[in-house]
Design a protein around this ligand. Structure first.
Ligand code: FAD
Length: 538
């Protein structure tokens, strides 16, 4: 196939003119193109003009001739897709199925790959199945009833289930794992366009069904998925993992254990530390979430409002402060909701989600500042966990003081800068899942973070007019951006305790849905390279 990039079409056009445009690039007639596949589609809204920019692969009869003719043309080349290959079974015998802790993207993809290759994994998830979980999460948002085992962080699908479902990642795709993740999502019910959009996203409504579909495939291949099953202990014999304890009572044997526990499993981190598994504190980022009218962001990015062709616009902004710290936007949700994403009692953490239509009135995004172990003022691998927990407890206490116990504390940006509590909203009204209360957010964060956020948000106002408007609405605290801990693993992906495979975001090897899923696949490969299973094992 021949790959043609930089095919520009009017943003208001569908794909019907694409074949003609591709043929024109190759200087052949459309009839000479035998087949065509879209590889990439992005939107270029720079310089006041809006275009779709496509990359396509076409099959033609005289491919070598055309490739030679356009050998100097940087936009025409031979299509070279990486073909993903799962390794062959290794030699060591696995007498018990691999046990995977956590059913977030890392655990689910690890489990699915192992199931597809005959390993019949067992997945243990502390939270409930995705539908029961949805009910529990809604009860939290509507009535304030937090289930510490099943919430926005914990339960089937992991932290990504109630999310915007952005699928882009900066991880390079040398081995075809990124493509595989998108294909698996598509097979499980995601729209085909995720295979070629440069910024694919799913939305919570779509993710819920995908997660269930993937679980059913694992079960149909002989795997087992147990919900409401928290791993509370691990048993070691002769310096090797032997079994895990579920909910403080039942034990199941484990020769090979994948820890795909996410960044919020603080109790599990403590248990692993007690078992002397090598872990270290790592840098992460904390801050607040900011809301603006989506129409303001659309106007800044497109120079016009949304129409049937233009979806809610996004942004990504960075700034280096005079104090040397980086401030950046993260997990931006166009047409989304700010969500109360807490998982511990008397603590408040926020995040963002959207539905597939991204149709709410507000754009929201985290605005965060990198913090390093030197900032944590604590000792040991869990000092970052404690740092984040204190901020979340401060946010809870601040809301309580303002008469809104359990609600998300919010403040107008202008008041945040002036150091006064907000008492009313401006034009930007909160678009939240879970209630909120006006107060003073500067009480929830250290001064260096508040100062960095103020400077950063003002700097962003120079890139997106109105970003630093007085009534832009801040919510706090944004503290679950990535893992504050790394569970060390070696080149065979094992921890300091043989047989244990740290995996995904919680272990410090991913950041986001797609990269966590890719890490899950990597760990499945590492297990396959090492182990075979007896053909007729139960
Ligand atoms: P997780 O998804 O956190 O999964 C870990 C799982 O392990 C959880 O289900 C947990 O219940 C379970 N678990 C933990 N401890 C135990 C135990 N002891 N026993 C049994 N089970 C246990 N990323 C994006 O790329 N795009 C987005 O748009 C996006 N939006 C987000 C919105 C929200 C509201 C949140 C909270 C996160 C969002 N993220 C987003 C981040 C993304 O969800 C995570 O990066 C990703 O889910 C990490 O995957 P993981 O599998 O490593 O861990």
């Amino acid at each position: 196939m021949i790959r043609i990039s930089q095919i520009k079409t009017d943003y208001r056009s569908d794909t019907s003119g694409l074949l003609k445009a591709a043929a024109k690039k190759l200087r052949i007639s459309p009839g000479q193109i035998l087949s065509m596949k879209i590889v990439r589609k992005s939107l270029d809204a720079r310089k006041g003009q809006i275009h779709n920019v496509y990359t396509v692969d076409v099959a033609v009869d005289k491919e070598p001739l055309l490739l030679k003719k356009f050998s100097q043309n940087g936009t025409i080349s031979k299509a070279a897709d990486v073909v993903y290959r799962f390794p062959k079974w290794g030699k060591e015998t696995l007498f018990h199925p691999p046990v995977i802790v956590g059913s977030g993207p890392a655990g689910l993809f690890c489990g699915l790959m192992l199931a597809r290759h005959g390993y019949r994994p067992v997945i243990l998830e502390r939270g409930s199945d995705v539908h029961t979980r949805s009910r529990k999460v809604n009860a939290f948002w509507e009535k304030g009833i937090l289930d510490p085992q099943c919430n926005v962080q914990f339960g089937e699908g992991g932290a990504g289930t109630f999310s915007d479902g952005k699928l882009n990642t900066l991880v390079k795709d040398k081995y075809g794992r990124n493509r595989l993740v998108l294909e698996i999502f598509h097979e499980a019910g995601a729209p085909e366009e995720i295979l070629y959009l440069n910024k694919p996203h799913l939305g919570t409504d779509v993710l819920i069904n995908i997660v269930e579909h993937m679980r059913n495939e694992i079960i149909s291949l002989g795997g087992k998925v147990y919900f409401d099953s928290q791993v509370t202990d691990i048993y070691i014999e002769d310096s090797h993992i032997k079994a895990v304890e579920i909910n403080g009572s039942r034990q199941i044997p484990a020769q090979c254990l994948v820890l795909a526990i996410g960044h919020s499993a603080r109790d599990t981190f403590s248990m692993l530390l007690d078992k002397q598994i090598n872990m270290s504190a790592k840098a992460f980022a904390v801050g607040l979430r900011i809301e603006h009218p989506q129409s303001m962001i659309d106007q800044a990015q497109y120079g016009r409002g949304q129409d049937q062709w233009l979806k809610a616009a996004d942004y990504k902004l960075t700034h280096t402060c005079v104090n040397g710290r980086s401030v950046y936007t993260f997990c931006m949700c166009p047409g989304g909701y700010v969500v109360n994403a807490s998982s511990e009692p008397q603590s408040t953490a926020v995040n963002g989600m959207s539905y597939s239509g991204r149709g709410s009135a507000n754009a929201n995004s985290a605005v965060i500042v990198t913090v390093t172990p030197e900032d944590f003022k604590g000792e040991g691998p869990l000092s970052g966990v404690e740092f984040a927990r204190k901020l979340e407890q401060a946010a809870y206490a601040q809301a309580k003081k303002a008469g809104g116990e359990g609600l998300v504390p919010v403040q107008q940006f202008g008041d945040f800068c002036d150091g006064i509590p907000s008492t009313e909203y401006g034009q930007v009204r909160p678009v939240h899942k879970g209630g909120c209360v006006l107060t003073d957010l500067s009480r929830c964060l250290p001064d260096f973070i508040c100062e960095s956020l103020k400077e950063g948000i003002h700097a962003f106002g120079e890139k997106i007019p109105g970003f630093d408007r007085q009534d832009a609405l801040l919510s706090g605290v944004e503290s679950r951006t990535s893992s504050p801990v790394r569970i060390e693993r070696d080149e065979s992906f094992e921890s300091s305790l043989p047989g244990i495979y740290p995996c995904g975001e919680g272990a410090g090897y991913a950041g986001g849905i797609t990269s966590a899923a890719m890490d899950g696949i990597k760990v499945a490969e590492a297990i396959a390279r090492r182990y075979q299973i007896p053909e007729k094992s139960p």
